[in-house]
Design a protein around this ligand. Structure first.
Ligand SMILES: Cc1cc2nc3c(=O)[nH]c(=O)nc-3n(C[C@H](O)[C@H](O)[C@H](O)COP(=O)(O)OP(=O)(O)OC[C@H]3O[C@@H](n4cnc5c(N)ncnc54)[C@H](O)[C@@H]3O)c2cc1C
Length: 226
């Protein structure tokens, strides 16, 4: 938020015009050099040709493509636009298969599938357990190890729990947090999450929550030369 605030203030101070609701849809080139972009105004349906000496791509990741059907923590704009536009004008992409799954995204209820269940929850003592109530992984493994263990538990050992919409996840034993740290810990230390689940009638202090890995971060992208 702080980075955004500084950039926005600076843009305003310099009088830089900002076009909202107008995503870039294509880069324009002249003799192999990028010379601007085509923007589409989503409100008026007009297209703008913007000429530029330099074009900076900062369009984020691609979680919202839901590759292999994975849920994601990413915002709805994370649809790889920049990568596609860059590729079309000849840029090289690399390590596109190198993505990070956060081990614990919400798997239930449907309205919050993919949203982040922060590491703090496991840090405070919530243990992932399968449908038999067995702990199958240490709660504080690195993200890739923890995520892989949860996926194996659900799809290889078939010991996950199916939600009403057919998604499979494992329990994250949140009541254990209060057993370890005392009553009221969840409400004071995980207040936003407590409120989020309460809205759906789920009391994290009494019941475990269902989680499954969620696509969180993309390591690859466009190759940039100096
Ligand atoms: C839930 C969550 C928690 C995270 N927590 C942390 C953390 O604790 N610490 C940390 O370091 N990182 C964290 N990250 C990662 C971090 O937020 C991202 O790495 C970072 O925001 C990426 O910045 P970005 O500018 O590349 O992309 P983004 O922040 O995704 O910004 C891309 C922007 O481009 C816009 N855009 C997309 N397509 C177009 C288009 N065609 N035309 C015009 N605009 C377009 C989008 O609307 C968006 O505003 C977290 C990420 C998530 C999802």
């Amino acid at each position: 938020m702080e980075i955004m605030r500084v950039i926005r203030d600076e843009a305003r101070n310099l009088g830089i015009e900002v076009l909202e609701f107008s995503p870039a849809v294509e880069l324009l080139t002249d003799n192999g050099r990028v010379t601007g972009a085509l923007l589409w105004n989503m409100e008026t349906n007009q297209y703008y040709v913007i000429r530029a000496k330099a074009v900076i791509l900062a369009t984020g990741g691609f979680g919202r493509l839901h590759i292999q059907g994975y849920p994601t923590t990413n915002h709805y704009g994370a649809t790889a636009d920049g990568l596609v536009m860059a590729y079309r004008v000849g840029a090289r992409l690399r390590d596109m298969d190198s993505v990070q799954y956060h081990p614990t995204g919400a798997a239930y209820p449907e309205q919050i599938v993919g949203l982040l269940v922060t590491e703090k929850v496991r840090g405070l003592g919530a243990q992932p357990v399968n449908r038999e109530g067995e702990a199958f992984v240490h709660p504080l493994e690195p993200r890739d190890v923890e995520a892989a263990a949860i996926i194996r538990e659900c799809y290889e050992r078939r010991l996950g729990i199916e939600t009403p919409t057919g998604m499979v996840g494992v329990w994250l034993d949140t009541p254990m947090i209060e057993e370890i740290h005392g009553k009221g810990t969840i409400e004071s230390k995980l207040s936003a999450m407590y409120r989020m689940y309460s809205r759906f009638g789920i009391d994290m202090t009494q019941d475990p929550i269902l989680v499954f890995p969620t696509l969180h971060y993309q390591n690859g992208g466009m190759v940039v030369w100096r």
